[in-house]
Design a binder for this molecule. Structure first.
Ligand code: AMP
Ligand code: TRP
Length: 329
């Protein structure tokens, strides 16, 4: 039996934070290494144009993200790693899908509403259309699984909806994809546990490139809850629960085990240990990334090879779509 296809993507918009890592990238590597899936991981550069950007920075951000991918453990021998804009079938399919997309469904999307509020000077149609392109990214490979953080669940539900619509109208063409979440699907901000960690609020982010000194400082400064017990209770102790999730994901120890080992100890000791756990877990990644960043030719060659593989599969699927809708004479 052929392995199920798994697809995900990250926008090249700057530094990745621990939410991106624990909600997505770390999981990509584990899923790839399980050997159970046919994996495609994309740097979704076209998506990132829907936010304010500088052309000079954009190419750097793409190289930065491929270095992140490889340093975290994505392996071009095991996964197809590519750049969205180098595979034109995605945007072509997005156009076709836009014609089966009800306007009202897009208007409901929370990410569109949030980003419009964040940057009222840049409410562009690309931001509005964004979920249509995301759907194309996914279904063009017949993906069954899509590992993402929980902020993308609504977009995946949307993808499933237009997949069904297309299949109903033109005959079964695409697989309906399902999301895959980690144990940390929504990491909260270090300075405010009621808000998700997000690059639009850098003050609450721990970036995976942060130096050990910065990591120690940020964790020391992270807000805590009243009381002194290290206990997992998202409702009553949202800040400590968030830190416990980080500790657990970065150390591989269960939250229960951690609660036991910190019984009777205070927040200060817990945070001190947590900082060391995070520093230790990120050090190999940071070393590898530093080395990779000096090899931009190798990074570009990796993408060129991945782009070629993705193009072969995606253009074949697009041809199937064009046949289905009567565009092939
Ligand atoms: P983006 O930078 O928006 O392309 O996000 C890349 C991936 O990180 C997506 O799968 C997001 O769902 C995920 N992600 C972003 N923020 C968080 C967070 N605070 N917690 C968990 N996952 C997140
Ligand atoms: N929308 C996703 C995000 O903001 C990025 C993305 C684009 C994506 N295309 C995708 C994720 C396809 C998974 C699959 O994080």
């Amino acid at each position: 039996m052929a392995k199920p296809v798994l697809v995900s993507g990250i926008q090249p918009t700057g530094k990745l934070h621990l939410g991106n890592y624990l909600g997505a990238l770390k999981n990509f590597v584990e899923l790839q290494n399980s050997g159970k899936y046919l994996c495609y991981f994309s740097i979704v550069d076209y998506h990132s144009l829907s936010e304010v950007f500088s052309p000079k920075e954009k190419s750097k951000q793409i190289l930065e993200l491929i270095a992140d991918f490889l340093a975290a453990g994505l392996d071009p021998q095991k996964s197809t790693i590519f750049v969205q804009s180098a595979v034109p079938a995605h945007t072509e399919l997005a156009w076709v899908l836009s014609t089966v997309t009800p306007f009202g469904e897009l208007r409901r999307m929370t990410q569109f509403k949030e980003k419009s509020e964040d940057t009222p000077q840049n409410i562009n149609v690309g931001l509005f259309n964004y979920p249509v392109l995301m759907s194309a990214d996914i279904i063009i490979y017949n993906a069954k699984f899509v590992p993402v953080g929980d902020d993308q669940l609504q977009h995946l539900e949307f993808t499933r909806m237009i997949t069904r619509k297309f299949n109903k109208k033109f005959g079964k063409t695409f697989t309906e994809p399902k999301p895959l979440l980690t144990n940390v699907p929504r990491l909260m901000s270090l300075d405010n546990p009621s808000k998700k960690m997000s690059k639009s609020r850098p003050g609450g982010c721990l970036f995976i490139d942060d130096t050990p000194t910065t990591i120690r400082e940020k964790i020391k400064r992270a807000v805590t809850d009243s009381g002194s017990e290290v206990k997992y209770s998202p409702k009553n102790k949202p800040a400590i629960s968030n830190l416990l999730l980080i500790y657990s994901a970065m150390s591989g120890k269960s939250v229960k085990t951690l609660e036991k080992s910190y019984k009777g100890k205070g927040y200060a000791e817990f945070k001190k240990d947590l900082a060391e756990v995070v520093v230790k877990a990120l050090t190999p990644f940071q070393k590898k990334k530093k080395a990779l960043k000096t090899q931009s030719l190798k990074l570009k060659a990796t993408l060129t090879a991945g782009n070629k593989k993705a193009n072969t599969v995606a253009s074949k699927k697009l041809l199937e779509v064009k046949k289905k809708i009567g565009l092939i004479l």
